[in-house]
Every structure is written in structure tokens, then in C-alpha cells.
Design a protein around this ligand. Structure first.
Ligand code: ADP
Length: 227
């Protein structure tokens, strides 16, 4: 599903590479937690996957697409396969919960009929069906993040990248968000989660990839890794 082969990345004229010969293989339907100190290179790794950044060297293949031969005009198609959620939600403040999620379908030309069918189902998955007419301002942080997740999965991506999705949330709401990610993963979506939350890493018992100084310092699938 995701293959990185000796991928290096330097920004601009910076001599030292932010990522150095990183190799990583993630299978379809895996749930992978990426950890590492601030500045270690986690975001850069995720940006390479979403094609926001290009590697300086090395090979990236996602869902059978080799990024080396990927044309710029095909990037939007790639992005539909990858849903992304950020720490700061990025919802549209003047649209309702329903409209925020529907918008992701409108912009790719999905019919109103299909939108009406799909959006409530996705809001149900994230536990927000009864909040569909609320404005983002009227929701808790955890609920806002679950709207962002609904928006990210409404196009049924194969991969969901959640970059510090619980960074702004208290523990209860953080766990609500994590449980939703687990549910989505159970339905068959590959989930890549970055977090600094020790409790989440230790309790989830998932594969943990540690990025340190631009390298993969450890990759533990035993379910016993603790931070
Ligand atoms: P993390 O997500 O682990 O905090 P990042 O991937 O954001 O790490 O950053 C890794 C290193 O790359 C840092 O030293 C950061 O300053 C640098 N960096 C990140 N983005 C850019 C950029 N657009 N231009 C130059 N340097 C960058």
C-alpha cells in the first residue's frame, strides 16, 4: 500500500537532509503510529506521502502509484485516496457540520442526491448525526475534530493521515477521536497517526514507528512498545 525506499529530503539549499534514506513499508489496513521529537521529520514524512513535498532522492509508491512518474495534473486524483486531518481542524466556520462534510463532495462534482445519502452515514460513523445542523463554533474541540475526520473520510480514501489530531484536546475528547480512528481502521482504511500523547501510544498497542533526526530509529509491530 505504502512503500518508501531510501527516501531523503532536504529543503532548499540546506545541506543536511531532514529525512535521510528512510525506508518504510505499510500494508493496506494497518494502523501505524508515528512518534518522534519535534523537528525529527514526522511532518515532512507525511507531506511526502500527500505529495505536498517531493523527495530529494528515493522512491515513493502509494496504492500502486509511483510518485516519480506521477504528473502534477494527477495529484488531485491521488489526494482523493488520502484523507488528512490536522491538529487545528480547519473547518469552514460559516458552514454547518453537514455543509462542511458535503463541501468535500461538492468540489469533486458529486450529485446532491448522493451527497444527501452519504453525508449522514459518515456523520453517523463519527457519532455526530444529531449535530449536523450545528455550526463549528457550537461544538466542543473533540466534536470539531470528528467533523474534520468525517470530511476526510467522506470520499472513502484508502489512507487516512491524522497529524496530531488530539494535540488540542483534553484526554476524554482525545480518546473519542482515537476511537473513531480505530473504527475507521476496522472498516478497512489504513490509518497513520502522529502523536506526542504517551498514554495513547501505550494503550493502543499498535505498530509504532519512531522518527529521530530524520531516520527511522525503531519500528515495532509487537504491540508492546511503550513511550
Ligand atoms: P516534525 O514534524 O517531526 O516536528 P518536521 O518534518 O516538521 O518535523 O521538520 C523537520 C526539520 O525540517 C526541522 O528542522 C524543520 O525546521 C525543517 N523544515 C520543515 N519544513 C521546512 C520547510 N518548508 N523549509 C525548510 N525547513 C523545513
Amino acid at each position: 500500500m505504502i512503500l518508501l525506499d531510501r527516501v531523503s529530503k532536504s529543503y532548499g539549499k540546506r545541506k543536511s537532509a531532514v529525512l535521510q534514506r528512510v525506508s518504510l513499508h505499510i500494508e493496506a489496513k494497518e494502523f501505524v503510529i508515528v512518534v518522534g521529537a519535534s523537528g525529527a521529520g514526522k511532518s515532512t514524512l507525511l507531506k511526502l506521502l500527500t505529495r505536498e513535498e517531493k523527495p530529494t532522492s528515493g522512491k515513493i509508491i502509494v496504492g500502486g502509484i509511483d510518485y516519480e512518474t506521477l504528473k502534477d495534473r494527477d495529484v488531485p486524483k491521488l489526494r482523493r485516496k488520502i484523507g488528512v486531518v490536522f491538529q487545528d481542524f480547519k473547518l469552514l466556520p460559516n458552514k454547518t457540520v453537514y455543509e462542511n462534510v458535503a463541501f468535500a463532495l461538492e468540489i469533486i462534482g458529486i450529485s446532491t442526491k448522493e451527497i444527501k445519502h452519504t453525508v449522514p452515514r459518515v456523520l453517523d460513523i463519527v457519532g455526530l448525526k444529531d449535530k449536523q445542523d450545528n455550526m463549528p463554533m457550537e461544538l466542543s474541540g473533540g466534536e470539531r475534530q470528528r467533523v474534520a475526520i468525517a470530511r476526510a473520510i467522506v470520499r472513502q480514501p484508502k489512507i487516512l493521515i491524522a497529524d496530531e489530531p488530539t494535540g488540542n484536546l483534553d484526554p476524554k475528547h482525545a480518546w473519542d477521536v482515537i476511537r473513531v480512528l480505530e473504527k475507521i481502521n476496522k472498516y478497512g482504511t489504513t490509518v497513520i497517526l502522529t502523536t506526542h500523547n504517551q498514554e495513547i501510544v501505550n494503550k493502543l498497542k499498535r505498530r509504532v514507528v519512531t522518527v529521530s533526526d530524520g531516520k527511522i530509529a525503531s519500528d515495532d509491530s509487537s504491540g508492546k512498545y511503550t513511550l
